[in-house]
Design a protein around this ligand. Structure first.
Ligand SMILES: CC(C)(COP(=O)(O)OP(=O)(O)OC[C@H]1O[C@@H](n2cnc3c(N)ncnc32)[C@H](O)[C@@H]1OP(=O)(O)O)[C@@H](O)C(=O)NCCC(=O)NCCS
Length: 175
């Protein structure tokens, strides 16, 4: 891929770029937002920004993104760790992995997830969990390749208008 990009946590100033890639994801992969998107979309711009601000807390709760020189977000992934909860802070969670269709197959998602894993190791996180639709072969194989394994399956994890989606529950132990 000729387009250079930097991998970095999103900041407050990236809010407009975040809304832009979220709109792209809605068109191309609406399933990754589940039913939450309608609710999110109905919020005022101020409420959206307030929610977004909760995810600019690197390395505990953040969106890691591949950002081009003109500040366009090419891909992103979310990470959350309840670092203030002593009984839960050994676990982190990956969510919302998305790469724009035009730049897929060039290692952006792999680089994003690898960087999240490294940052989680640095804060003493012991395992990372995630869930992925059982019919999402691309993501599933990517997570397997990066060392995640399936520890369970949630039937009817998401309810759509025309049926249900089952999800694999996956984890990767970091120590
Ligand atoms: C799944 C998704 C995030 C993958 O993004 P991506 O940036 O294309 O992923 P990568 O490029 O890292 O890996 C994809 C493939 O490209 C290959 N690849 C990796 N680096 C590459 C490179 N430098 N050049 C060419 N191909 C490469 C990988 O081997 C991988 O092949 P595989 O199918 O055998 O695993 C993307 O398709 C997407 O956004 N899908 C819709 C949303 C979604 O499903 N999100 C996940 C929800 S859990």
């Amino acid at each position: 891929m000729s387009q250079p990009y930097a991998i970095r946590p999103l900041e407050s100033a990236d809010f407009a770029a975040f809304l832009d890639i979220q709109g792209d994801a809605l068109k191309n992969a609406p399933e990754i937002f589940g039913s939450d998107y309608d609710w999110f979309d109905s919020l005022s711009i101020l409420s959206k920004e307030q929610r977004y601000e909760k995810f600019v807390l690197f390395p505990y709760q953040y969106l890691l993104a591949a950002v081009s020189a003109d500040r366009t977000i090419l891909g992103m992934v979310g990470f959350s760790c309840d670092h203030h909860l002593t009984k839960l802070r050994h676990k982190g969670r990956i969510w919302g992995l998305y790469v724009r269709p035009a730049v897929r197959g060039h290692g952006i998602a792999s680089a994003l997830v690898r960087n999240v894993i490294m940052a989680a190791e640095e804060i003493g996180c012991e395992q990372i969990q995630l869930s992925v639709s059982t019919n999402n072969k691309d993501s599933y194989s990517l997570y397997l390749r990066l060392g995640f394994s399936v520890y369970g399956t949630e039937s009817h994890a998401v309810k759509l208008q025309d049926g249900y989606v089952d999800e694999y529950l996956m984890s990767k132990f970091l120590r």
